[in-house]
Design a protein. Sequence first.
Length: 122
Amino acid sequence: MADIVKQKKNKEPVAGFNVHPENINRAGRPPSGQALTDIMREVLEEKLPDGKSRKEALVRKVLNLAYAGNEAMVRLAWSYLEGNPRQALDMTLSELPKPILGGTSVHPDNSNEEDKSTDKKN
């Protein structure tokens, strides 16, 4: 009769919230208006002393840098105007897939015969 072997106890975790519960964000996602993007949008809506919005000043700065030859700003301005180019994917097959005939064949010639070279043990 086979001996019963007890499963070994799992190792204690070395990372994660069980080990460091102080890392749990109990408040969850910040409420609307407190996220960085919300704050940035608010600041961009503010008016400058010359009457322009910060948003308009930012756009003018990016365009001026692009006109001056800054390639990163040229790419940024172009992507905002036209969007990024589509990525082409090659979906062609290098060879045709081999069909499985009969659903149970594992032999290269698609036969369902048993391999006679193996010894059967009873």
